[in-house]
Design a protein around this ligand. Structure first.
Ligand SMILES: [Fe+2]
Length: 345
């Protein structure tokens, strides 16, 4: 690929004339916006140890009352994007959120989509669109774009969860905003129990559920049991994985980010292909080593790491006797919609 002219090759007076007219020459920047074969990625392989961040998150509980935080979160920021930009990848935001007994995080709704993966504690709940969703370790709870949500805690110990949002991309599009609301009235309803059990769907007078987000809570006990059954039914199958889907449409649960759960058999080493989306790995149960580019992360329960797109990732179950379970978030739905999704094997 031939070298192109640089900005400083141009006479200063010419550059100034262009700038004054809001014009920019393309050729000095052409190679950086269209690099050969592999995109420039700011996302770095980054690891966050839960054991290390937990005391700092609890300290935030002492330092900042809920009224002053609204959402008490430490953002898991990728240094490649600049910490102040609060991105794990180009499209993914990650935050560890703390709710103390008796606290309430006020109702709001916003354009970015969020999910939360519960990390520890009992007795907390998220009310989403009037539905009270209990929060237990490993559960996935959706707060999709535009739906009211708030968090309450009737338990006795701190509750922590991992927030995963598509905030960076929604913010980049200049479409990110929030609306504050009143405390929601809880309506009876358990979308997690109405959906997907034995392949049936709620139907009223022959009409199926028309809600865009018919299921809001994905209990870990059901996900884990599906993974164990998958592994037992086909012991020769290398990859034991499920996708979190909308039970009415079969599509990804949200429009921008995709969510999966993966089981690694005892001692298993699994190579995930190099695909265009960046991805996040969070250990729900067990111990997993993640190899991403030149980094190797020995991850324990509740640890999180992220990988840039276009790179293969190797996951190894560090236990020779127990399966390990990993929650994965990626940018696949967005890449597929944009037509830029690639699996390079
Ligand atoms: Fe929110």
């Amino acid at each position: 690929m031939s070298e192109l002219g640089k900005l400083e090759d141009l006479p200063l007076s010419y550059r100034q004339e262009l700038s004054a007219l809001n014009l920019v020459p393309l050729w000095p920047s052409l190679r950086s916006v269209l690099p050969p074969k592999v995109p420039t990625r700011q996302t770095q392989a980054t690891y966050w140890s839960y054991e290390t961040l937990r005391p700092l998150l609890l300290q935030a509980g002492d330092l900042t009352p809920m009224e002053k935080a609204e959402r008490r979160v430490l953002v898991l920021a990728n240094p490649g994007h600049g910490l102040e930009n609060m991105k794990a990848s180009a499209a993914i935001y990650l935050g560890m959120q703390l709710l103390l007994p008796g606290e309430w995080a006020p109702s709001h709704r916003h354009t970015p989509n969020a999910v939360r993966m519960i990390v520890e504690g009992e007795g907390a709940y998220t009310t989403v669109d009037g539905e009270k969703c209990e929060m237990e370790r490993g559960d996935l709870i959706l707060t999709p774009t535009g739906l009211w949500h708030e968090h309450g805690h009737d338990g006795t110990t701190p509750v922590v969860w991992l927030d995963v949002l598509d905030l960076p991309v929604v913010f980049y599009l200049e479409t990110s905003y929030a609306i504050e609301g009143q405390r929601q009235t809880i309506k009876p309803g358990h979308s997690d129990q109405q959906n997907v059990r034995s392949g049936i769907a709620p139907t009223r007078m022959f009409e199926r559920n028309s809600k865009a987000y018919p299921m809001l809570r994905y209990p870990w006990k059901d996900t884990k049991s599906a993974l164990i059954t998958l592994a037992q039914d086909d012991p020769s199958q290398e990859c034991v994985q499920v996708t979190y889907i909308n039970p009415e449409t079969g599509d990804d649960v949200q429009n921008i980010l995709g969510f999966y759960a993966l089981m690694l058999r005892p001692g298993q080493v699994l190579r995930l292909p190099a695909r265009s989306p960046a991805q996040v790995f969070h250990v729900v149960e067990g111990q997993v080593e993640a190899q991403i580019l030149n980094s190797t992360f020995a991850m324990r329960e509740a640890d999180t790491c992220c990988a840039p797109g276009y790179e293969a990732v190797t996951l190894k179950n560090l236990s020779a006797h127990q399966p390990s379970f990993v929650f994965i978030a990626d940018e696949s739905p967005l890449h597929r919609k944009l037509g830029v999704y690639e699996n390079r094997g």
